[in-house]
Write a protein that binds this ligand. Structure first.
Ligand code: NDP
Length: 444
């Protein structure tokens, strides 16, 4: 059995009941096969694949809090500090009832390569809780966040581990957690990113993941003699990533006709009304059923279904495993040219393969959604120098980073004879830098 297959089998056996983690490791290992097999004895002696799939540290803790009726509630909190070879751990916190150890490990593992691709000095980590902020009062969310941070603050710091937001964690949650960290640790430091602008946040961080996704998509199309101008775009999700992806596509002359949340989806053939969407989701924290009140000619459907709409470009921006093999077939039948992931691992392995085999330009999230963490790293830089940069400064750095990522993954794929395979390109380029740093630091 080859070294790659042997370690993959052991990772699966050692981490039972973690299918998302298996999926992420399988995808990365398949891409790395030519790199590893070109020098198998060396990588095996150094146990590189074993080291890169075993988190440096995992912290799991109880989060007790009191709801508005006086009832004590208990949630699970977790932080996975996966790899610090190239910098302090960096990665978001997810609050969603589906959160478990396997999901956080898959996200933390992906984060290692994504952070490496940004070209910035940040290691990989991820965390979260099975707490569901939906339907909770502000006081309940604050009580939960304070309890969560009371434990987490012992393990993080501006130079060790710097969490950010993810699903269910936006500006409100970051604010409550920052306040609690400061109170307990007595430190005013850049320990979290995605902060409000009045207390150390960076301009353009809110927009960064969605904007970055579209900057990379635009560069991809340009390098294939095409552009977003006049294109029909299908987006899933209606959260932070989706909203700012829609905004940037519209600015670049494309038309986004769908969005979705966990209960249903909207089809607006005239183009999504972004102001309405922001009001529904960012201000009122309401469901997408509200959208029809603003746009009576749009359609609302329960369940999932955005991928059946004919489009040129598809941007999955909701969650993992939301674009399945049948969706991929439908997209191809409808003539899609490019699929770029805004969410983390939204496309299943078989769907990815189908898209690639049918000539669709496919960019994995670890490259195309890296703008969020890249801008978080820019927020860390601003916090360290106690300065704030203008929106334009941050946005132009973000754009540069996304264009560089595209060319970097394109070049890595070509180097291994896999031109146009951006999954391989992203995994190889991300891996090379991390491994060089790991080897330089000895066995640790
Ligand atoms: P938000 O919580 O702001 O939005 C998530 C959106 O996806 C919501 O519309 C939500 O609907 C929907 N959604 C969540 N879970 C499910 C589900 N199980 N089924 C269907 N729809 C679902 O999160 P973000 O926009 O921040 O994150 C979206 C994705 O992007 C995630 O994969 C995240 O890891 C990734 N990402 C985010 C970054 C960031 O900077 N925020 C950076 C890089 C990646 P509802 O509200 O109804 O639950």
């Amino acid at each position: 059995m080859s070294y790659v297959d042997d370690v993959l089998a052991r990772v699966i056996a050692k981490n039972p009941s973690e299918p998302e983690f298996h999926q992420a490791v399988t995808e990365v290992f398949e891409s790395l096969r030519p790199v590893i097999e070109a020098n198998e004895d060396f990588y095996k002696r150094e146990a590189i694949l074993e080291r890169i799939t075993e988190p440096e540290r995992m912290i799991k803790f109880r989060v007790p809090w009191v709801d508005d009726s006086g009832q004590v509630q208990v949630n699970m909190g977790i932080r996975v500090q996966f790899n610090s070879a190239i910098g302090p751990y960096k990665g978001g916190l997810r609050f969603h009832p589906s959160v478990n150890q396997g999901i956080i490990k898959f996200l933390g593992f992906e984060q290692i390569f994504k952070n490496s691709l940004t070209g910035l000095p940040i290691g990989g980590g991820k965390g979260g809780s099975d707490f569901d902020p939906k339907g909770k009062s502000d006081r309940e969310v604050m009580a939960f966040c304070q309890s969560f941070m009371t434990e987490l603050c012992k393990h993080i710091g501006a130079d060790t581990d710097v969490p950010a937001g993810d699903i269910g964690v936006g500006g409100r949650e970051i604010g409550y957690m920052f306040g609690q960290y400061k109170r307990i640790r007595g430190l005013y430091e850049g320990v979290l990113t995605g902060k409000g602008l009045t207390y150390g946040g960076s301009l353009a961080r809110t927009e960064a993941t969605g904007y970055g996704l579209v900057y990379l998509t635009d560069e991809l199309l340009k390098c294939h003699n095409d552009s977003l101008e006049g294109k029909t775009v299908v987006v899933s999700g209606a959260g932070n990533v989706a909203i700012y992806a829609i905004e940037k596509v519209q600015q670049l002359g494309g038309k986004v006709v769908t969005c979705s949340d966990s209960t249903g989806w909207v089809y607006d053939p005239e183009g999504i009304d972004l102001e309405a969407l922001k009001e529904i989701k960012e201000v009122n924290r309401a469901r997408l059923t509200e959208y029809k009140k603003y746009r009576p000619d749009s359609e609302y459907h329960e369940g999932r279904g955005v991928w059946q709409i004919k489009c040129d470009v598809a941007l999955p921006c909701a969650t993992q495993n939301e674009l399945l093999i049948d969706d991929a077939k439908q997209l191809v039948a409808n003539g899609v040219t490019a699929v770029c992931e805004g969410a983390n691992m939204p496309t299943t392995l078989d769907a990815t393969e189908y898209l690639q085999k049918n000539g669709v330009l496919f960019v994995p999230g670890k490259a195309s959604n890296a703008g969020g963490v890249a801008t978080s790293a820019l927020e860390m830089s601003q916090n360290s120098e106690r300065l704030s940069w203008t929106f334009e400064e941050v946005d132009s750095k973000l754009k540069r980073i996304m264009v560089d990522i595209y060319h970097n993954i394109d070049e890595a794929a070509k180097r291994y004879g896999k031109e146009g395979d951006y999954v391989a390109g992203a995994n190889i380029a991300g891996f090379e830098k991390v491994v060089e740093a790991m080897l330089a630091q000895g066995v640790c």
